[in-house]
Design a protein around this ligand. Structure first.
Ligand SMILES: NC(=O)c1ccc[n+]([C@@H]2O[C@H](COP(=O)([O-])OP(=O)(O)OC[C@H]3O[C@@H](n4cnc5c(N)ncnc54)[C@H](O)[C@@H]3O)[C@@H](O)[C@H]2O)c1
Ligand SMILES: N[C@H](CO)Cc1c[nH]c[nH+]1
Ligand SMILES: [Zn+2]
Length: 426
């Protein structure tokens, strides 16, 4: 974990921020050629390439008969998992559903003289949900991705995941997934985008994943809609030294353990505190079961920024635009107005990011790599689309026809002008 003293040099600050802000693109650059090749082959060869990649990257011998997990398996998993986990999944499901119900958007219609105008809100018909499963299985991500889709009213939710376990299948049963396929990576995403002999083509692909998955979604945008770029996890903590160093260290490691490419950042105005957190990180690392992954992430991307004060801390955080931002200060709400860019903002010492990952209710599928500058958390709004509705009476038409013809004339579009004129004369 590197300590960067931003108090001393504005030039250094700019250099470092530029590097960190570009982290997303730098990461993607290294993987783009591989992902493009995978996408190209799935497009051309469909299932043949798909089963080859499943074998190469996940070591599984699957075919058209075995790639789909039968629905009865989901029910069986739900019945067979331990009571403690089933209950936690049910409670998480309920809390996530209640939070997302608030995001529903209604159609509206307005009536003016001779005119009825409206916006018709409708759910997407068929969506693909990516649930990561390479280095860990993510039943919580099943809930986070599927609940907003069902709240929006999506008819068909196709879930793909490379290595399902009984917990992911039970979660899929709880939230009513339509079909589950055992496939992941860039090849799984491409299969959903183009459709293959066995994988149905979808209208939109949502959900997080590793760099291959995130990049595939980005490259396939246009063939299919996507929610956002949600790649390797990130946490940024702003700390004033008022929270125990081992708590801060544990929170940093909670995201580092997701992926070697995960990012863990601390910003503080207290040098002694910074040193103690770094020490605690290395102490804790020794005993982590996912030590190897977390250590690589901490070594490569882990950074502590020393700043003048908490306002500069917010500026630096806004530059990085992290997926998760924890504010571990005496008065966390005081900083909220200064935070402009973050996927999710966790305020106070008793709001560790892990609570948000699992149980609180807001979505844990969040933008990474600096894209929180413009993307939002996954929500019901990602699963709907809007159509404009327009109706005009004869009276309304005659009120607006002259202005319409004037604008058609100004644009030199004669047939537009004519389609109005022809009605005026009838
Ligand atoms: N941003 C978010 O909202 C969010 C939420 C949860 C998890 N995550 C992230 O999701 C990711 C999960 O990663 P994961 O690896 O455990 O699961 P994953 O399902 O995303 O990726 C695993 C798949 O990647 C493919 N793959 C692996 N190595 C490859 C290679 N060399 N070439 C081509 N394809 C390859 C394989 O098919 C494998 O099944 C982590 O980065 C985690 O931080 C992000
Ligand atoms: N922190 C992840 C999002 O970056 C979500 C997650 C799922 N399980 C544990 N954590
Ligand atoms: Zn997590």
């Amino acid at each position: 974990m590197h300590i960067e003293d931003l108090r001393t040099s504005a030039w250094r600050l700019n250099q470092r921020l530029k590097y960190i802000a570009q982290r997303g693109q730098i990461l993607e650059g290294e993987y783009e050629a591989t992902v493009r090749e995978i996408i190209g082959r799935i497009k051309e060869e469909g299932d043949k390439a798909l089963f080859e990649y499943i074998k190469r990257f996940d070591g599984l011998e699957l075919d058209q008969d075995t790639v789909e997990i039968p629905y009865e398996e989901l029910e069986k998993a739900y019945e067979e998992i331990d009571e403690e986990t089933r209950q936690a999944l049910e409670i998480a499901h309920d809390r996530i559903r209640r939070f997302h119900e608030r995001q529903k958007e209604n159609s509206f219609f307005v009536e003016e003289e001779g005119v009825i105008l409206g916006m018709k809100v409708q759910p997407l018909e068929r969506v693909g949900v990516y649930v990561p499963g390479g280095k860990a299985a993510y039943p919580s991500t099943v809930l986070m991705n599927v609940v907003p889709a069902t709240v929006a009213g999506v008819e068909e939710v196709i879930m793909i995941t490379p290595k399902p376990n009984p917990y992911t299948l039970a979660a899929a049963f709880i939230c009513g997934v339509s079909r589950v396929f055992q496939v992941g990576g860039a090849h799984g995403v491409a299969a959903l985008a183009f459709g293959t002999e066995t994988i149905p083509k979808v209208d939109k692909i949502v959900g997080p994943g590793n760099i291959y998955v995130a990049l595939a979604k980005k490259l396939l945008y246009g063939v299919v809609d996507i929610d956002m770029v949600a790649g390797p996890s990130e946490i940024l903590i702003i700390s004033d030294g008022s929270v125990r160093e081992d708590w801060v260290a544990a929170d940093l490691l909670s995201q580092a353990e997701h992926d070697e490419l995960a990012g863990a950042f601390l910003i503080t105005d207290k040098e002694e505190h910074a040193k103690k957190v770094v020490k605690a990180v290395y102490e804790m690392l020794k005993n982590l079961s996912r030590k190897e992954i977390a250590q690589k992430s901490i070594e490569k991307f882990g950074t502590v920024f020393l700043v003048e004060d908490l306002y500069q801390a917010c500026q630096v955080a806004n530059h990085i635009a992290p997926e998760h931002l924890e504010v571990l200060t005496e008065e966390p709400f005081k900083l909220l107005p200064y935070i402009k860019h973050a996927g999710a903002i966790f305020l106070g010492r008793y709001t560790p990011e892990a609570l948000g990952d699992y149980i609180l209710g807001p979505n844990h599928t969040l933008p990474t790599g600096g894209t929180a500058r413009f993307f939002s958390p996954l929500g019901v709004y990602h699963f709907i689309k809007r159509s404009s509705v327009l109706y005009v009476t004869e009276e309304g038409f005659r009120d607006l026809s002259d202005h319409t013809k004037a604008l058609a004339k100004a644009e030199g579009l004669e047939a537009h002008w004519l389609s109005v004129k022809i009605r005026e004369e009838s």
